[in-house]
Design a protein around this ligand. Structure first.
Ligand code: CO
Length: 279
């Protein structure tokens, strides 16, 4: 067993998105342009309505999957496939934008805390122009593995015999929300070739004799297993891993393709009103 160590620590960059929402971007900035197959990770978290109330009005995507995990708050999703989603605490949304989706994500609350993560997962070239798809899971539909030391929510992939609500055949994504009791240890295997990161958002923890910084994206180095120990306050983090696609990545804002021509075509299609394909 070869335990993974810390390769890189990325302090997220505060970015204004949508109609004026503050998000903290850990993947998708000059410090970490991408972590193949992951293109972007935004953490949103605020008790101040001014930081989230404007929401994310209609905007397009092409070429990848958006995966949203709500910790607190209530958002309404609408998209060009005709879906109307209701995102509540503990729920998750998987949207395969693929050939093209236009959607909005708007707060359904005017006060209180809004907190969660949005991850962009790249699609292989053969899937980028496939039909879009949408899946949404309420908190009760997310499998959980609980013992005296840990409470693990299995969003994508497999953990301790539980299969996540979402299966990702292209990049074999693992996405866990792990809550550890004070001093508890968490360990599991991770395929050696898979990119992996940890984002600690509550409490304190250590990985391979290093401290994990809170609200910092920690990229893991090579190895076939990961071990994390919670501090005296306990810890809560997401652990995410996936198989790299090793294909060229050309990103024009919300369009992520393999070539410049394809990215320009996405932009042209959006301007022409043909991003969303009929049927
Ligand atoms: Co979006």
């Amino acid at each position: 067993m070869n335990l993974r160590t810390i390769r890189q620590r990325v302090v997220p960059l505060a970015v204004t998105e949508g109609a004026g929402v503050t998000v903290h971007r850990g993947i998708g900035t000059p410090a970490l342009r991408n972590l193949d197959p992951f293109l972007m990770l935004d953490h949103f978290g605020s008790d101040d309505p001014d930081e989230y109330i404007a929401g994310f009005p209609e905007h397009p995507h092409r070429g990848f999957i958006t995966f949203t995990y709500m910790l607190d708050g209530h958002m309404e999703h609408r998209d060009s496939m005709g879906n109307r989603g209701d995102l509540r605490p503990g729920g998750a949304q998987w949207m395969k934008a693929a050939s093209g989706v236009i959607h909005s994500e708007m707060p359904r609350q005017s006060e209180g805390r809004m907190r969660g993560f949005q991850l962009w997962i790249n699609l292989p070239a053969v899937e980028k122009m496939s039909p879009p798809a949408y899946q949404e899971f309420a908190a009760a539909a997310i499998p959980e593995v609980t013992d005296a030391n840990a409470h693990v929510r299995v969003l994508v992939g497999e953990h301790a015999g539980q299969t996540g609500a979402i299966r990702d055949p292209h990049t074999d994504v693992l996405y866990l929300d792990v809550q550890l009791a004070p001093g508890a240890n968490f360990a599991r295997a991770l395929p050696d070739a898979h990119s992996a990161f940890v984002y600690l958002f509550e409490g304190e923890a250590r990985l391979a004799d290093d401290t994990l910084a809170t609200h910092t994206l920690t990229v893991l180095g090579d190895g076939d297993a990961v071990a994390i120990q919670a501090g005296s306050e306990g810890a809560r983090f997401i652990l995410v891993a996936g198989k790299p696609l090793r294909e060229p990545i050309v990103q024009y804002g919300p369009f992520v393709m393999n070539t410049r021509e394809e990215a320009e075509q996405a932009m042209a299609d959006y301007r022409a009103g043909t991003l969303v394909r009929a049927g």
